[in-house]
Ligand binder design. Structure first.
Ligand code: SF4
Ligand code: SF4
Length: 470
């Protein structure tokens, strides 16, 4: 092949990035997701292509001997195959359009959040819902009519979607403050399954603080195979600093009791851990402790969430949290425990597959409020921004807000096109971008720190692996 292109001017792709670390030098292509490790001398040679040169010119200029020529040719062939080197005249805008066409979607609904109430029995200090409520706010509880109507809408919309793995998440506030709606929703989903209006393998889950779980509700969850996610943040003192009841008492003890009740009836659960300013520096210690005491099925690690009125995350926090999340992930991986957030990126990196969205709100999910209003993101429960009242003609597939959200991906965001993480970032949380910078189309800069650091770690990991393999 080299013979055919020896005089063809080649240049670096605009999606090529060079990483110079202490142990290695790597080239990484942000759309083909390919990595090439190379020596300093090899980098010196390929850097000649930066502004457009042909192979024969470089051989002559650098006076390459036979063996250097051979390895240079084979490197150039690899770089062309991975699209890191492209012809000088290559139109990479067209290339990008191809990726957008292949990976961006119109809404394809496969998940629903049913907000059974916006009330909560806790007053967590970081909660993006609770902190914004003024004292005159009237909490609402989803009625049985709205439960049925919302699930019927979901069944209708999801039947029009080709996507697999459908899920309904029962959510709040604290969803178990509305146990009647909780039980009714689950029973109604089973009726819809029997009528084949919802798929037999529909997953039903609940995210709860666990403090209201008694034996009855735990047995009910067991009978109906409900997947349970429990919010808890660390050892008792650290958990209770942020997760407390209105009077200020910590919630840990009651959450623990709830989890023991679940275990006593054979319900497994996952833990959803928000990384607080108190746990961030010792996150691994807290995660290890929680695993030992709770024996969860899985772990979810969450960055703090801002709200329209209150920005609580910072770059410094995101940097420390990311480093700690990586340490935790290494520990969880060694112990065979699943952590979804990191795993999604690793899968994309390993499979060299574009990961266009990190947010279900971008075209995959619907959120039903206690009032019956429907939108795409649970972070707007109070302001109801992007929510509308659905009538029989409403469809997330034709609604402009849903369509607009489904277009939000790094692949369409001009700020992202020259970023090394472009293909596997997913763009973080549009709501956080909106709260921090006034638009869902802005960058979620807190997530950017996480995404970039995670990619660096994955390339390090790959280097270690390849070095060991020889
Ligand atoms: S915008 Fe953020 S909070 Fe809302 S669904 Fe997406 S990731 Fe979740
Ligand atoms: S969201 Fe941030 S990290 Fe992700 S591609 Fe855009 S700039 Fe890069």
């Amino acid at each position: 092949m080299i013979k055919e292109i020896i005089n063809l001017p080649l240049r670096f792709s605009r999606f090529l990035h060079i990483l110079k670390e202490k142990e290695y030098i790597a080239l990484f292509h942000s759309l083909t997701i390919e990595t090439v490790f190379l020596s300093a001398r090899a980098l010196e040679l390929v850097s000649e292509f930066k502004t457009g040169k042909n192979i024969s010119y470089i051989i002559m200029q650098k006076e390459l001997d036979f063996s250097e020529k051979k390895s240079f040719f084979s490197l150039v062939e690899r770089l062309i195959e991975f699209k890191m080197l492209v012809p000088l005249s290559c139109n990479e805008g067209k290339e990008l359009n191809g990726y957008q066409k292949n990976y961006l979607r119109n809404p394809v609904i496969n998940m629903a959040y049913l907000v059974l109430t916006d009330a909560c029995n806790l007053r967590c200090r970081y909660c993006f819902v609770r902190q914004d409520i003024d004292t005159k706010y009237n909490f609402s509880f989803m009625s049985s009519g709205v439960v049925r109507q919302s699930l019927n809408f979901f069944a209708k919309w999801t039947s029009e979607s080709v996507s697999k793995n459908k899920t309904v998440i029962l959510y709040g506030g604290e969803p178990l403050l509305n146990k009647e709606a909780f039980c009714l929703a689950i029973k109604h989903m089973h009726i819809l399954k029997k009528k084949k209006l919802l798929p037999e393998d529909l997953e039903i889950s609940v995210i709860t603080n666990g403090t209201l779980i008694d034996r009855n509700i735990a047995s009910f969850m067991k009978d109906y195979n409900v997947l349970v996610g429990i919010s808890v943040d660390g050892m008792p003192k650290v958990n209770d600093e942020y997760r407390c009841f209105p009077g200020g008492n910590g919630s840990f003890k009651k959450t623990r009791t709830g989890c023991e009740t679940l275990k006593s009836v054979g319900v497994e659960f996952s833990l959803s851990i928000t990384i607080t300013p108190s746990s961030v520096k010792n996150l691994l210690k807290h995660v290890q402790w929680l695993i030992e005491k709770f024996e969860p099925k899985g772990i979810g690690l969450n960055l703090l969430m801002d709200s329209a009125e209150r920005i609580i995350s910072s770059s410094e926090y995101a940097e420390i949290a990311t480093k700690e999340m990586i340490r935790c992930f290494e520990f969880l991986r060694e112990n065979g425990i699943h952590e979804n957030r990191m795993m999604r990126k690793i899968d994309s990196f390993v499979d060299k597959k574009i990961y266009p969205y990190d947010c279900g709100g971008c075209g995959r999910q619907v959120v039903f409020l206690p009032s019956g209003e429907v939108g795409m993101c649970q972070a707007y429960i109070l302001s109801k921004k992007f929510f509308s009242i659905p009538d029989s003609k409403f469809s997330p597939y034709t609604n402009n807000d849903f369509i607009g959200w489904a277009k939000r991906s790094p692949l369409t965001m001009p700020q992202c096109l020259d970023c090394i993480v472009l293909g596997i970032c997913g763009g973080g949380c549009p709501a956080r971008a909106d709260f921090r910078h006034g638009s869902i189309l802005a960058l979620d800069d807190i997530f950017c720190i996480h995404a970039k650091e995670t990619l660096k770690w994955m390339i390090n990991d790959l280097y270690r692996y390849e070095s060991e393999e020889g």
